[in-house]
Write a protein that binds this ligand. Sequence first.
Ligand code: ADP
Ligand code: MG
Length: 239
Amino acid sequence: MDHTLKTPKPEAIRLEGVEVTLPSRAGPVAILRGIDLEVETGDAIAVVGPSGSGKSTLLMVTAGLERATGGRVTVVGTDYAALDEDGLARLRAANIGIVFQSFHLVPTMTAIENVALPLEFLGDARAFAKARAALAEVGLSHRETHFPGQLSGGEQQRVAIARALSPRPKLILADEPTGNLDLTTGAQVMDLLFALKERTEATLVLITHDRSLAKRCDRIVSLADGRIVSGAKHKVAAS
Ligand code: ADP
Ligand code: MG
């Protein structure tokens, strides 16, 4: 396919020269060293690379949960430099759904309460109705009033996906979402995540160690030592 003939879609993510340098007792540590990355709206990209290469930091910077110490971060058309912490939190709540390896559910809240949480933060009067629908979408209607500790790993991750996607975010960020799941459960969770991504026309950034999962994405971005070593801009030619 000749991509030059396509009307360019707006970018969901644009990172320009992004650096994260953190202080340490031994002096400043450069964690991201000049990341240039563009992700088109609706694309799925995989981020791969060795442990410690900066994948999670890249995701945190994209989510606005970690500030870049250099360069420019523009997500869904908004330059993060223009936002204070409240502004970032609002932009994130309305536009970004995050799924972590270790689920990050609130242990003292039931499944439906967990899913309703971001909707309530957004002041959605239909938070619980939407949370109920989101749990149905991930096949967990029968677990609404269960607490995370009463659910299997796969079920907890499905609750986390329902929570991340119930506000219908434009951008889904997933950091090794199958890392704590067995192979079969992980595959089911990813089938679900990809299906919901397609249905909601969201953009997906997926950090994964799983090559076969990475290959399901439109593009694979490889990180090493805080730099992108391949996949920054161009799609891999279809083969
Ligand atoms: P990955 O997700 O690819 O394993 P991370 O983004 O978690 O990599 O971390 C990249 C590097 O930055 C690692 O060497 C890690 O130890 C270091 N690092 C991450 N967060 C911090 C922090 N808050 N302070 C100091 N070093 C950090
Ligand atoms: Mg990581």
